[in-house]
Structure formats: structure tokens, C-alpha cells
Design a protein around this ligand. Structure first.
Ligand code: UDP
Length: 440
């Protein structure tokens, strides 16, 4: 694609601002994914506009990340944080603001990639109004999340219905792991196009670093056994399993043990003070002396935390992909993770870490101990883990796959247009197009 005639595409991520700093409380994997995918797609030649909801009056309306990639913050409802379970009511306003922006700029986006079900709803409306190719990434699947949590919020019914409609009507759904693809097929709908394209990580930032130097930089004890958690404080992340397992490991390690918890409160948990609950649990388990709460960390310092740790633990009850696991592995840190969702895809047991059933406290304690006490194996895993990420999970690879998908969909759409002008049946699927053309 030449500089002059770049193809514009819209990436919509209403509830996760790609321009937000990762140290912000409400930032998680979706923000990181959208930002990196958008920026890398621009490097590959696309003109990328990423749309999100404006959550603060002082935030810039437009953030230019690079010459061909920007975030556009649209006003939809009050310019303040709104918990995701209350956001659906503002989506018609978001759609209106999007259409207004598009006509003001005179840009037509022939392809729209939506993220999370709320944006997916916007995409479905756009599909009704215009000839667009709709691509969707779920980031979280209601049906799996509610099953894991054993609770469905009042918005749940609406979400499940829209998630089904998205799978059946989008031109392609992107599953970030084969496990997500399977869940979509089994639990959401038997129809609809799915393509597996994983999440990724910035392999120039998350890289092999010396453990000794990382500990020196962070002021950590050079000989202590360090177990790291990175992520939002959300009950589905399984922090209490880690604390209970950590208490077992600590008892066996004669004090030579530290649990480092990086992350912070998730503002979506209205009133549910998860951080407070975790701190109280740490006191009850007599872990206070051996635990360090760092607060949220930025991506420039995080690689040093991963490198300083002997093991990174991802004890989630539900994890569609799990960027933290690949960030840790990229830095050469073995991962002990729950045997759920995308973690079953990214972590290779015995080679890059270990998988344990979620909630299994004794299982986590044993797995953590194994990694902490077998230095030779841990060193081998260090190399294998970083190689696995460099080979399979760079943003360049991810965006390359998405780029191929977009090209293919746009080419099909042009073919459909041409067939339409010839008064042939219109199709959303290339194989149907071929049949229609031959039949005529
Ligand atoms: N993260 C961060 N600082 C923190 C905690 C988390 O930058 O203190 C980032 C982490 O590096 C990762 C993202 O937040 O890129 C979490 O993504 P993941 O897919 O693991 O979980 P999600 O938030 O999507 O549930």
C-alpha cells in the first residue's frame, strides 16, 4: 500500500481506551491489545483510526500515536468512568458520535474491527447502515465468565444475546486462542466465521534480562525466592488461590520467600474492594512480612519485575488469552498458570512452565515449589519460554495475520459489489460467491 492511498480502517474499543497509560487503574489487556494492534497495522500500511469513549473532560479528543494511527475519543454520555455493566445504555450515543465524526471527516471505513461486546453492538448497527466488513474480538466471553464466576449480572442476558448475534453476523470473529474458538462454537453458536489469531506482546520491551541486574535495580534481595503476580485485582484473577498457595510455600522455605503483587484495584468492581480483601487475607495468612504490593507498574519497568522473579503465577479462574503469561515468558520467567482458556495455549507444561487446575491451592503450591527448587530445569525453561514468545506472539506477527484477514475480507466485499452490479446474488462468503458466479 502506498503512502498516498492508504486504506482507512476503524478499530472500536469503547470501554478500553488505547491511548490510556497502563498505570491507570482501569487499564487491562484490551487497552494494550488495541493500542499495539493499531500501531502495528499502521506500520504495515493501513490508516488506523481507533475509537473509544471519552471518560474525562480533560482528555484530548484526538491522540496521534504515529502519522497513520490515532485514537479518537467520542463523547457518549457523561465524560466520566462508567462501569462496563452500565455502559450499554450509552452505546446509541456512541454510534451517533461515530457516524457524525465519519461524515465530518469525509472518511468511509470499509472495515470496522470491534472489541468487546459493547463495541460489537455498535459494529452490528453499522453493518445494517453501511456496506462494511465487520471483524470482532471478544476479549471476554459472557457465557464463560459467568460460569466461572457463578454469577450473572442483570445486563447478562442482553450481553449473551449480542455476543451470539456478533458471531453469527460479523464477517469474521477473531478468537485469541483455539480454546476461545472451541468455547465460541460449543457455547455461543454453531454458525459464523472464526479465525484464531492470538494476542501478542512487545518483544523489544519484554525481553531476556539478567536476573541479578534486575534485582539490583529494584533493590530486591539477590538470594530470596521471588514469586510474582501481575494483573488487575479482580476476583476472577484468583489472587486468593495464589496467597493461600504462597502461604504453604513460605512455610516450607524458612523465610527465604517473597510474593510480589503488581497491579491495582479494578474500578469496575463497584464497592467490591478486592484489594482490601486481599490485604486482609495476607494478614490472616501471616504473609505480611513476605509480601510486597507494588501498585500498578508501567510497561517500561515491568520487564525488570518479570526478570527479577523466579516464577510468575497466573492463577485466574477465567482467562480468554492472558497477556501477562506471555510477557513473563518473553522475559524468560517460567509461568505457573491455571489450566483455563488461553493459558492452555500459551503455557507449554514442563517446557515454559506448569498448568494447575484453577482453585487448586495444593497444586499451585507444589508447582511453585518445583520451579523454585529445580534451578537447572528453570534455566532451561527460561530459554524455551522466551523463544516461544519471540516466535509466536510478537505484535508484528499478530498484526500481519490481521492484515491478511482484512485484505481477504475487503477483496471479497469488492467481489460482492461487482456481482451486485451484475444483478447476481450477494454473498458474505467467498465460497458462496464462486457458486453463485458459476450457477449464473
Ligand atoms: N499491567 C500493567 N501494570 C500492572 C498490571 C498489569 O501494565 O501493574 C498490564 C499487563 O502488563 C498486561 C495487562 O495489564 O499487559 C493485563 O492483560 P491480561 O490479558 O493479562 O489481563 P486482563 O487485564 O485483560 O484481564
Amino acid at each position: 500500500m502506498s503512502q498516498m492511498n492508504r486504506q482507512p480502517i476503524a478499530i472500536i474499543s469503547d470501554r478500553a481506551d488505547p491511548a490510556a497509560e497502563v498505570v491507570n487503574q482501569d487499564v487491562g489487556g484490551q487497552n494494550v491489545y488495541v493500542r499495539n494492534v493499531g500501531e502495528t497495522l499502521a506500520k504495515l500500511g493501513w490508516q488506523v483510526d481507533m475509537f473509544t469513549r471519552k471518560v474525562h473532560p480533560d482528555d484530548a479528543k484526538i491522540v496521534q500515536h504515529s502519522p497513520h494511527c490515532r485514537t479518537i475519543r467520542l463523547s457518549a454520555g457523561p465524560e466520566e468512568f462508567i462501569p462496563k455493566n452500565d455502559l450499554f445504555a450509552y452505546m446509541p450515543q456512541f454510534l451517533e458520535a461515530f457516524l457524525k465524526f465519519q461524515s465530518k471527516e469525509g472518511t468511509n471505513y470499509p472495515l470496522v474491527h470491534t472489541n468487546y461486546w459493547l463495541s460489537g453492538w455498535v459494529g452490528l448497527q453499522l453493518q445494517e447502515l453501511r456496506n462494511i466488513q465487520l471483524v470482532h474480538t471478544y476479549h471476554s466471553l459472557g457465557i464463560v465468565k459467568y460460569q466461572a464466576a457463578g454469577y450473572q449480572p442483570p445486563i447478562g442476558e442482553t450481553r449473551l444475546a449480542i455476543e451470539k448475534q456478533i458471531l453469527e453476523q460479523a464477517n469474521c470473529v477473531v478468537a485469541t486462542s483455539p480454546q476461545e474458538q472451541e468455547a465460541l462454537r460449543k457455547l455461543v453458536s454453531e454458525t459464523g466465521e472464526i479465525r484464531v489469531i492470538s494476542g501478542g506482546t512487545d518483544i523489544s520491551n519484554f525481553r531476556l534480562l539478567s536476573k541479578t541486574e534486575a534485582r539490583l535495580k529494584l533493590g530486591f534481595n539477590p538470594t530470596e525466592r521471588i514469586v510474582l503476580y501481575v494483573g488487575r485485582f479482580d476476583p476472577s484473577k484468583g489472587l486468593e488461590t495464589l496467597l493461600q498457595a504462597g502461604a504453604n510455600c513460605q512455610a516450607r522455605s524458612q523465610g527465604n520467600f517473597r510474593l510480589v503483587i503488581a497491579g491495582g484495584e479494578d474500578p469496575d468492581l463497584e464497592g467490591d474492594r478486592e484489594e482490601e480483601r486481599i490485604r486482609i487475607l495476607a494478614q490472616e495468612l501471616e504473609l505480611t512480612e513476605n509480601i510486597l504490593f507494588t501498585g500498578r507498574l508501567a510497561h517500561d519497568i515491568l520487564p525488570f519485575y518479570y526478570a527479577a522473579a523466579d516464577v510468575c503465577v497466573v492463577p485466574s479462574y477465567y482467562e480468554p488469552f492472558g497477556l501477562v503469561a506471555i510477557e513473563a515468558m518473553a522475559c524468560g520467567t517460567p509461568v505457573v498458570a491455571s489450566n483455563v482458556g488461553g493459558l492452555k495455549f500459551t503455557v507449554i507444561p514442563e517446557e515454559t512452565g506448569l498448568l494447575v487446575p484453577p482453585h487448586d491451592i495444593a497444586g499451585f503450591a507444589a508447582a511453585i515449589d518445583r520451579v523454585l527448587t529445580d534451578d537447572v530445569w528453570a534455566r532451561k525453561m527460561r530459554k524455551q519460554a522466551s523463544l516461544r514468545v519471540r516466535q509466536n506472539f510478537s505484535w508484528a506477527w499478530v498484526a500481519g495475520q490481521l492484515s491478511d484477514l482484512y485484505r481477504c475480507l475487503l477483496a471479497k466485499s469488492i467481489m460482492n459489489e461487482q456481482l451486485w452490479h451484475l444483478h447476481l446474488p450477494k454473498s458474505t462468503n467467498a465460497s458462496h460467491v464462486e457458486v453463485s458466479a458459476t450457477e449464473s
